[in-house]
Design a binder for this molecule. Structure first.
Ligand SMILES: N[C@@H](CC=O)C(=O)O
Length: 361
């Protein structure tokens, strides 16, 4: 049996970095062999550097405790002994762009949770069940970066996972207009209630930059691969409001949608139930068996009860009904730090490996 691929986590001390570490414990294809963070954390063991900062309810995996944290800006050193990198850093956009390109230029695949490269034309932004064909653009990117093996692939913003899969399953009916309101958990801001007490008993009707992402990123996901890179789709028109709610994990979306050709309710339910993508065909280790689960109960899905469906990699829908102004309305839910962040990125890495884009160095 071939050896596991060695994964580096750049930004390993943050909340998404911690999720990567937890998800890769016992992963059949990848193992964490390097962790990098700011110069402040470098030179300590991971256990020391994350002391008092480990935010997950599961304990820190034993296999990472003694890894010496490296300085993420020392790109050649970090990249030297890894086959791929997962990146989730808190820096300025331009700095992240440059850092990720520097890693890719070392010949290392970079799978990023950051938004910096989401609109770089030759960087694929992927939800593996929806647009796996966008990986083709990696060939163009490798030419630009002057590397045969390195590249950057990114995942989209966490909010869109709660409604884009449900709309994508109905694409043959051409959704034309979408109104979405997202109710987003505090972990999306990298916080817990302990470090964000303002969120107890409170709702904040603003998340910087989130509405633009929620309206525009789906169009890139539904875009096509052209000579100039990924060209975004023109339809549907999406308008959104994004609201922070006092929930630990799980982003919910309330959606109104009209179609060019209106499907029946039965057609929608059948399409949601039967929808499968490339991860399910390839039986990737993190792929949910059932991607979209519809709840018949009027009070479901609920964030607390249903966010962990399919190990946090499934998407749930509910309350589908006809609407007076639009064709239909429904709600969607996804786990923002699993499917919407680290889990989504691990699934992209699995797809990249299965399709031959990531090899042992
Ligand atoms: N920007 C989101 C995080 C998703 O990637 C949020 O603030 O919830």
């Amino acid at each position: 049996m071939s050896r596991k691929l060695r994964a580096g986590i750049v930004g390993g001390t943050g909340m998404v970095g911690q999720r990567f570490i937890a998800l890769l414990e016992n992963h059949p294809w990848f193992e964490v062999t390097a962790i990098a963070a700011s110069a402040r954390s470098a030179g300590k063991t991971y256990e020391e550097s994350a002391k008092g900062r480990w935010k997950l309810s599961t304990p820190m995996p034993e296999n990472v405790k003694n890894i010496m944290v490296q300085d993420a800006s020392k790109v050649e050193e970090v990249a030297a002994d890894v086959d791929l990198i997962f990146c989730a850093v808190d820096m300025k956009k331009d700095e992240i762009k440059a850092l990720e390109e520097a890693y890719a230029r070392t010949g290392t695949p970079v799978i990023s949770n950051n938004s910096a490269h989401r609109w770089t034309p030759d960087v694929p932004m992927v939800i593996p069940e929806i647009n796996p064909e966008h990986l083709e653009v990696i060939a163009q990117q490798r030419k630009r970066l002057g590397t045969e093996t390195g590249f950057i692939a990114v995942k989209p913003n966490c909010s869109i996972q709660s409604y884009v899969p449900a709309l994508h399953a109905l694409k043959d009916f051409n959704p034309s207009k979408v109104v979405v309101t997202t109710y987003q958990a505090i972990s999306g801001a990298g916080k817990t209630f302990a470090d964000w007490p303002e969120m107890l008993d409170n709702v904040i009707p603003y998340i910087g930059g989130e509405e633009e992402k929620s309206e525009q990123e789906p169009l890139r996901i539904w875009g096509s691969v052209q000579e100039e890179g990924i060209v975004k789709s023109e339809a549907p028109t999406i308008t959104s409001q994004c609201i922070r709610v006092p929930v630990a994990d799980g982003h919910m979306a309330a959606v109104f949608v009209s179609f060019e050709k209106k499907p029946s309710k039965e057609e929608i339910l059948n399409l949601w139930k039967s929808f499968k993508g490339r991860p399910q065909e390839l039986e990737l280790p993190s792929a949910p068996k059932q991607f979209i689960t519809y709840f018949e109960e009027d009070n479901r899905p609920q964030t607390k009860l249903d966010r962990d469906i399919e190990n946090g990699m499934g998407v749930s829908t509910g309350r589908l009904r006809e609407d007076a102004l639009y064709d239909y309305k429904f709600v969607g839910l996804s786990h923002n730090t699993l499917r919407g962040a680290a889990g989504g990125a691990v699934l992209i890495a699995e797809l990249l490996k299965a399709e031959g884009y990531i090899q042992p160095k």
